[in-house]
Design a binder for this molecule. Structure first.
Ligand SMILES: [Zn+2]
Length: 274
């Protein structure tokens, strides 16, 4: 079961995708003895995790972490390219072996992390928290997530455009490109205005919208549909990857523009989001 990024172009795995991947891995690995661990990351070559048992698999923002019963934590950050796949022993891998960054083998399953830019092994969860402190904003899918707090964090970078702010993982973590474009459309907000020009209440509503869209998609197999129960035909999305097509609300031609230092694609309706 390939989990995570897929499709012809690499796409940024959204937080909800990583939650689903973590759930799949947990179901297959939890409680089982590691028979073989292999990594191409130099710092992990002598990790010697064999003989430990998998104690848990968790998602946090765009990180997926595997906790072992000796306390160590393997953390993988997916960024644009990473994905975890689960295979039966001996089954042919979906991606070439040289892209495997970490491989965990238990008796009846092989879990492979492909192409994740960050793969680290920490001595304990406490050490991991220390390393991470201040680097990652509140996780939009975590229990107790507070949109008001997240909106305040966005306002701490007042010059940042809304499209960039929603992807800035140090402000709030978990939102990727799909939910960024879709939330901005549904809240009638331009991706290109600075957050300081937007009333606080609308920023809170924007974050809450992203949160509810993502939480609706946590069920297995639900995909990343944002048009559920709404009049958007068979389309899964209002604007994402629909540039050149008419807006479902006003029929204006939708556009795509690259945004921010990393030139992330932003899809929008120039009329609804004027
Ligand atoms: Zn429109």
């Amino acid at each position: 079961v390939p989990s995570g990024a897929s499709g012809p172009e690499p796409s940024l795995p959204e937080g909800d995708t990583i939650y689903r991947a973590a759930r799949t891995l947990a179901a297959r690995l939890n409680g089982k003895e590691v028979l073989r661990f292999h990594s191409t990351v130099p710092a992990l070559v002598n990790a010697r995790l064999e003989g430990t048992h998998v104690a848990g698999v968790e998602a946090r923002g765009k990180n997926l972490q595997v906790v072992f019963d000796d306390g160590r934590v393997l953390t993988t950050h997916m960024k644009m390219t990473g994905s975890w796949h689960v295979y039966h022993p001996g089954e042919r891998w979906f991606l070439p072996a040289h892209r495997a960054r970490a491989v965990i083998e238990v008796s009846d399953c092989v879990a492979v992390c492909f192409s994740a830019p960050v793969v680290e092994l920490h001595a304990s969860a406490a050490r991991l928290e220390q390393a991470r402190l201040g680097k990652l904003g509140p996780d939009i899918l975590a229990p107790g997530f507070d949109a008001t707090v997240a909106a305040a964090r966005i306002l701490s970078r007042p010059a940042l455009s809304l499209g960039e702010a929603l992807l800035e993982q140090s402000l709030l973590s978990g939102i990727g490109n799909v939910y960024k474009s879709e939330s901005l459309f549904l809240e009638h907000l331009s991706p290109f205005v600075a957050s300081s020009t937007v009333p606080r209440e609308r920023l809170i509503a924007l974050v809450a919208r992203a949160e509810s869209l993502m939480k609706q998609n946590l069920a297995p197999g639900s995909g990343m549909r944002t048009t559920r129960g709404q009049h958007a035909g068979a389309s899964r999305h209002w604007v994402y990857r629909r540039s050149g097509e008419p807006c479902f609300v006003c029929e204006t031609t939708l556009e795509m523009r690259r945004q921010g230092a990393s030139l992330r694609s932003t899809y929008f309706c120039p009329r609804c989001q004027a």
